[in-house]
Design a protein around this ligand. Structure first.
Ligand code: ATP
Ligand code: MG
Length: 238
């Protein structure tokens, strides 16, 4: 059974313009599922729908088979799902530590849990500990992305949704972020990611979905793509 599933999702931002049309996606537990597709295909919209930020007109979201479509966005953290948006989301004028403290609001009544969770982020990303008193907005793009990912892990999610975690990063930094995704997978966390660096995403993914014009174009395991489906998307393989 998929741990997280979007079934036959039709989603719009307003009115009659459906951005996703009958899109389905399944994420298997402990694996990396990646959504790829050209600009404007609806990849971010799909991730927002899976996180409850956009309610589908039709279709449903399931967590371990249970319908969670009508949960409010803030309830998704409580059921073990986290989300890192495509656009930068750190508070630039707050320090790294303050950004993490804010991210730990869900345990705010338990000081020790907050401290432990922040310490785990510092172990994963030592650079954040070094810069903990620096304003987040003054760090490099890669470090800010680590802060966003670190913050999303404070609540101990079982499923992480990440929208283009390596976009705009230098190749060396992108490689570090991919390593983080693989580390998370090795810790048993399920990852659903959107990526435009198709080649690298392909390397780390177990399952891929290709969206085009708001619809499912093709999907399969990495092996399926190696066996021929790759031809179908070669136009935008970099
Ligand atoms: N807040 C919004 N209000 C209205 N339309 C939107 C909004 N956000 C996105 N759209 C439209 O929805 C469509 C899909 O956008 P989406 O951001 O999901 O694509 P994407 O595949 O993530 O693209 P990119 O690769 O550029 O990130 C686009 O036509 C876009 O203009
Ligand atoms: Mg997007």
């Amino acid at each position: 059974m998929a741990i997280l599933e979007g079934r036959n999702l039709t989603v719009s931002y307003y009115g009659d313009i459906d951005i996703l049309k009958d899109v389905s996606i399944k994420a298997s537990e402990g694996l990396i599922t990646t959504i790829i597709g050209p600009n404007g295909a609806g990849k971010s919209t799909l991730l927002k729908a899976l996180y409850g930020l956009l309610k589908p007109k039709n279709g449903a979201i399931f967590l371990r088979g249970e319908d969670i479509t009508r949960l409010k966005p803030h309830q998704f953290i409580g059921i073990g799902i986290s989300y890192v948006p495509q656009l930068r989301s750190v508070f630039p004028d707050l320090t790294v530590f303050e950004n993490l403290e804010l991210g730990a609001w869900i345990f705010k009544k338990d000081r020790r849990k907050v401290t432990n969770a922040i310490d785990r982020v510092f172990t994963r990303f030592p650079i954040l500990e070094k810069k903990k008193n620096q304003k987040a907005g003054l760090m490099s793009g890669g470090q800010q992305k680590m802060l966003e990912i670190g913050r999303s892990l404070l609540t101990d999610p079982r499923i992480c949704l990440m929208d283009e975690p390596t976009a705009t990063l230098a190749p060396k930094i992108a490689t570090q972020i991919y390593q983080t995704l693989m580390d998370l997978k090795n810790e048993g966390i399920t990852i659903v990611t959107v990526d435009q660096r198709v080649k690298q995403a392909f390397e780390i993914s177990d399952y891929l979905y290709v969206l085009e014009l708001g619809t499912n174009k093709v999907s399969g395991t990495k092996a399926d793509f190696e066996g021929g489906l790759r031809e179908m998307i070669k136009g935008w393989l970099d």
